[in-house]
Design a protein around this ligand. Structure first.
Ligand SMILES: NC(=O)c1ccc[n+]([C@@H]2O[C@H](COP(=O)([O-])OP(=O)(O)OC[C@H]3O[C@@H](n4cnc5c(N)ncnc54)[C@H](OP(=O)(O)O)[C@@H]3O)[C@@H](O)[C@H]2O)c1
Length: 145
């Protein structure tokens, strides 16, 4: 069974992790505060899930969901996601991320910006145009609620 790396354990990252374990996938999940801070979440996710460092989530994931504030993506270690299939949920909120000139003047899209920050990744944009609570809880079927 493949392993899904999840970087970011917030609204989106934890919702996707719940769906992944419900589908029988292994999940390695990381946040900024370290694996110890994720013990409650991994206990809830069950035996298929492990709390790891950001580096291990990137290394061990066959695909990696990147679901952290946009401004934090810029500061990820260089080469972290080289060669990885990356599923990026990023949106731009100036109030959270600060002003990013290239986005404000329309030179690039958020997807183009993030691709530049994760060189060598195979890049997919996903989940960014829905709200976290639109991701159905595990076991509740495929429909939107
Ligand atoms: N919420 C939504 O409905 C929604 C919908 C579509 C798209 N999005 C976008 O998806 C992304 C994530 O949103 P969210 O609502 O899930 O965010 P969130 O609930 O605020 O969670 C953010 C997560 O990112 C982690 N994080 C922050 N900086 C990090 C770093 N440098 N390294 C590793 N982990 C880091 C945080 O870890 P700590 O807890 O340890 O700080 C936290 O687990 C954002 O770009 C957001 O705009 C959100």
């Amino acid at each position: 069974m493949p392993t899904l790396g999840v970087i970011g354990s917030g609204n989106i990252g934890s919702a996707v992790a719940r769906l992944a374990v419900a589908a029988g996938m292994n999940v390695v999940i990381a946040n900024s505060r370290g694996p110890e801070s994720l013990q409650g979440l991994v206990a809830e996710l069950g035996p298929l899930a492990r709390a790891v460092t950001v580096e291990d989530a990137a290394k061990l994931g066959d695909a990696v969901v990147l679901s952290i504030p946009l401004k934090a993506v810029r500061d990820l270690p260089t080469g972290l996601l080289q060669g990885k299939l990356v599923i990026d949920t990023s949106n731009y909120y100036p109030s959270r991320d600060g002003r990013i000139a290239e986005l404000d003047n329309g030179t690039v899209t958020t997807s183009e910006l993030v691709q530049g920050w994760v060189p060598g990744a195979r890049y997919v944009k996903a989940f960014n145009n829905i709200l976290a609570h639109h991701i159905p809880p595990a076991g509740q079927g495929r429909g939107c609620r």
